[in-house]
Write a protein that binds this ligand. Structure first.
Ligand code: NDP
Ligand code: 2IT
Length: 445
């Protein structure tokens, strides 16, 4: 496999899809060695087949606001690969959403889902809808209009969407209601459902909890513990909330949170009622972190900056793609950070990852560290199929085991001769091998 040639071809066929090309390059660079050692992959055209989504659906989403004005957004579903199971992956509602972002997320999802050990393929979808400032009724109408198209291509054995940025329990509820009405069925077609109507306990916490379990394993490889460590977290959404909660439980101190407006630094630590306040902020639909510093006097608000300039032992970016750049990476290294764990999808630019790895920091890629979210979605599908519900302890135990297994796979496939664990390579190779071998078993389809 010639990575540069493949990327050049992809650039020509997918002009301007920067995020998608970034995600593909990272995976190909990691797997090139194992690919070339096993000529049957090349013979089966695995890479060419993997980088092309099975299908992409785009559709019009017309809706009416509370004043009677008509709006039109664009909806998408990228069904990327179903070698391991039904397409599975979240829906993102954010004005920045475009095909490149959804293809990058769908591509990453293939390998992430493979790492979970569960039978789920990869997909992603969403819309360029801006939920910020919209009323409940507007969000409901938007979700209903979105589902009026999406329902045709999803199903509990076909494609099972869930949440992502801008899509939480409320949106999943409205989407589910419309699907149910259109199909006259009651199935596990979406995950992240409400606890009273088919949702799994621990799903809201799962991405953050899983990432912290992963950090615990990484620290363990160096004989280190989480207790007493200072952690910089970005974002203040669902994922940042889950991570902050579990970090506190394990004795770490979270000193930052961030929003698109800047970050807050709280030397006392973000714990107790401050964690629950994140949920209040999120529900307010304003999407800024600054009110945190007004409410809690121990915090200072730093406008228009990222939290990566504070002194911390561990950094956990939980907001969005490419939010941590080269300069941030240098700051973190200079400030003595030992471990960077991607909890958002692809939050670190490639140059930043290179710096972390060259300096010998522990570095976890999102597709390994944030797989707990989709893993518990997979467990929600199992519970729906069995028509029963596991206890929170049972789900959490399974989540913990899955994260442990993902860490082991990374160690197996990513340990270098000098004993440094390249988690990027480990995750990509482990995720890839299972998908590629399954594609070979299933023929050219
Ligand atoms: P939320 O919608 O709950 O929170 C994400 C928020 O981060 C957005 O509201 C966004 O605000 C904000 N944000 C965007 N850019 C920045 C920035 N530069 N700095 C700080 N905040 C920013 O989403 P989630 O918590 O669910 O998702 C966060 C990340 O985790 C995403 O990358 C997602 O793909 C990933 N993830 C989510 C999983 C899940 O189960 N929910 C599972 C695995 C990964 P604004 O709209 O104003 O830009
Ligand atoms: O990026 C992700 O893994 C998610 N947004 C969760 C997907 C899911 O199907 O639970």
């Amino acid at each position: 496999m010639e990575v540069n040639r493949i990327i050049q071809d992809l650039e020509q066929r997918n002009p301007g899809e920067i995020e998608y090309l970034q995600a593909v390059r990272e995976v190909l660079d990691s797997i090139v060695e194992v690919y070339n050692r096993n000529p049957h992959f090349e013979k089966a055209g695995i890479v060419e087949r993997l980088v092309e989504p099975d299908r992409v659906l785009t559709f019009k989403v017309p809706w009416m606001d509370d004043e009677g004005n008509v709006h039109v957004n664009r909806g998408y579903r990228v069904q990327f690969n179903n070698a391991l199971g039904p397409y599975k992956g979240g829906l993102r509602f954010h004005p920045s959403v475009n095909l490149s972002i959804l293809k990058f997320l769908g591509f990453e999802q293939i390998f992430k889902n493979s790492l979970t050990t569960l039978p789920i393929g990869g997909g992603k979808g969403g819309s360029d809808f801006q939920p910020k400032g919209r009323s409940n009724a507007e969000i409901m109408r938007f979700c209903q209009s979105f589902m009026l198209e999406l329902w045709k291509v999803i199903g509990p054995e076909t494609d099972v969407p869930a949440g992502d940025i801008g899509v939480g329990a409320r949106e999943i509820g409205y989407l589910y209601g419309m699907y149910k009405k259109l199909t006259n069925t009651y199935t596990g077609v979406l995950t992240g459902k409400g606890i009273n109507w088919g949702g799994s306990l621990i799903r809201p916490e799962a991405t953050g909890f899983g990432a912290v379990y992963f950090v615990q394993e990484m620290m363990g490889t160096r004989g280190e513990k989480l207790a007493g460590k200072r952690v910089a977290v970005s974002g203040f959404g669902n994922v940042a909330w889950g991570a902050t909660k579990k970090l506190n439980e394990l004795g770490a101190k979270v000193v930052t949170l961030s929003g698109p407006d800047g970050y807050v630094y709280d030397e006392e630590g973000i714990s107790g009622e401050k964690i629950e306040y994140m949920l209040e902020l999120r529900i307010s639909n304003e999407d800024i972190i600054e009110p945190y510093a007004r409410k809690f006097k121990s915090a200072v608000f730093v406008k228009d900056r990222h939290p990566w300039e504070v002194k911390c032992d561990i950094a956990m970016p939980c907001a969005t793609q490419n939010e941590l750049d080269e300069k941030d990476a240098i700051n973190l290294v200079n400030n003595g950070c030992q471990c960077v764990c991607e909890v958002a999808n692809m939050p670190c630019v490639p140059k930043a990852i290179e710096i972390f790895q060259n300096k010998g920091l522990l570095f976890a890629p999102g597709k390994a560290a944030n797989a707990g979210g989709v893993a518990v979605s997979g467990l929600e599908m199992s519970q729906n199929a069995m028509k029963l519900r596991w206890t929170a302890d049972e789900v959490d135990k399974r989540l913990h085991e899955i994260m442990y297994a993902i860490h082991e796979s990374c160690v197996t496939h990513g340990t270098r001769i000098d004993n440094y664990i390249d988690y990027v390579k480990g995750a990509n190779v482990a995720g890839f091998l299972k998908v590629a071998n399954s594609m070979i078993d299933q023929g050219i389809v």
